[in-house]
Every structure is written in C-alpha cells, then in structure tokens.
Design a protein around this ligand. Sequence first.
Ligand SMILES: [Zn+2]
Length: 287
Amino acid sequence: MTSVVGRFAPTPSGPLHFGSLVAALASWLEAKKQKGLWVLRIDDLDPLRIESGSVDSILACLEVLGLEWDQLTYQSTRQEAYQAALEQLWQAERLYGCSCSRKQLAQAPQGPEGPIYPGTCRHTPRQPQLATRFLTKGLMPAWEDQLWGTRRINLEKELGDFVVWRADGVCSYHLATVIDDQIEGVTEILRGSDLLLSADRQVALRQILGLPTPKYAHLPLATDFKGQKLSKQSGAMPVKPGGAVLVETLAFLKQNPPANLKLAGPKEVLNWGLAHWSLDQLKPKRG
Ligand SMILES: [Zn+2]
C-alpha cells in the first residue's frame, strides 16, 4: 500500500499570488481527498530570487486560508542530497561540463524554452567548465499527465541537453525538484502547466536515477487580462486571504462552487471543496 503525498513548492520571491494559490489549493485538495499528506516545500535554492519576509508572508497566508501542511521543508538544506544525485548522474555517464558563454548559447536555434543546446561541449571539454549539462541523447521519456494525456517528446531534439548544476554552484530547479520529491515521498504532483516541459526533463532524470514516476497533473494557468501568466515577476497582486479568494480559486479550477459560498469562512469553503473536489472537471471535454 502506498500512501498519497502531495506537495506545494512556492518560491519565496514575494507574497502568495493567485497563480500560486491555484497550485496550492488543487494539490491540497487532491492529497486530502485521498486522506494523504501535503508537504510544503520552500523553493529557496536561488538566493537571487529570494525576497526577505516572503517565507513568513506565504506561511501566514496559507495558515489563514486553512491550508495546513503536514511537513515543512527548505530546499536550501538539501545540498548533500543534490550532490549525491549529481555524482550518480556522473557515474551513469549522463553529464559533461559546459564552457559555453551566454553569447554562444544565444546563437543556438530557439526551442519552446530558449536555445536548444547544440551539444558543443559534449566531446570537446574545454576550460573553464562553467555549468554541468545532462546528456539527453536517445531519451524520449514516456509518461502520463492526468490532464494532458500521454507525453513522449524527443528531449534531445526539442529541448536539448539542459543544465543540472549551474556555474554559480547552485543545483538546477529540475534536479533539485526530482530529489526533493523523492526524499519527501511525493506521489502526486499538481502544478501549473508552464512546468509541463520541466516534467519531461524531470521524468528523464528520474529514469536515469532509477526513481519511479509520480502522478502528474499540470493545471491551467491563471493569466491577466493581456493573457500573460500571473507570476510574482509580472507583479501579480498578493492574495487577500479569506473564504472569497478560495471560492474564486475553486471556480477557476472548474469545481462550480455556489455563489453564496463566498460569504463563508475559509474552513467552510475548504470543507465544501473536499466534498466536491474532482480533478476530472479540468479534463478537456471531448465530443
Ligand atoms: Zn557548452
């Protein structure tokens, strides 16, 4: 018997905004509906993105909303585990040092997420080696997204060899997330669909590291009136914690909450959410 573990992993780069709340609430409901655990993980690996005070403000906001976590973890405490995974990838001959400059990289053909690395340093190690790249040669990881269906992309062709250890000594998001999810025993990952291509990379890393693939669901993205993704970078408004914003989030997640639920407190809204939660509502309608 495997127990369900969900998670929410905000970056402390500002207060909680609506786009993050969508991922928080959906992952909480999916885990709690199955009587599972919900891990709150602070994605504080990149010191340049941290805004002081935002951890406290995110925790306080989740508390007022009644989104209680069973475990609180910080990526910045996991350095040894990331190093061990890096070593394992070296052993598997899936890594190489890259000495390309930003300017050189910018000349590579553009993919959906920036330049597709042309493999320049694969066979010709030069000094100084700046970043460590993951060799995607021959990898077409197949996996199932609960909302997007079967995924199977040619990693080398569509995304290219990606960085797993940055030149400034910071473990990349892709590798760190895989290791965190493994340590925390995460079985269900619900997050924004801007991370769909990250999942393609992460499933490939998992396969090379011999780790099982969790259940994934990549949620619709909250956008502003210009169609831009809401994010802390785009200056999205902080969430005003209360029952009303939870009802708005449930509506965004297509759960059809009744209008008068807006007058209820967070606890009552969450109880309604738990009783009615169905991820299937977000599946594209066929026919
Ligand atoms: Zn290179």
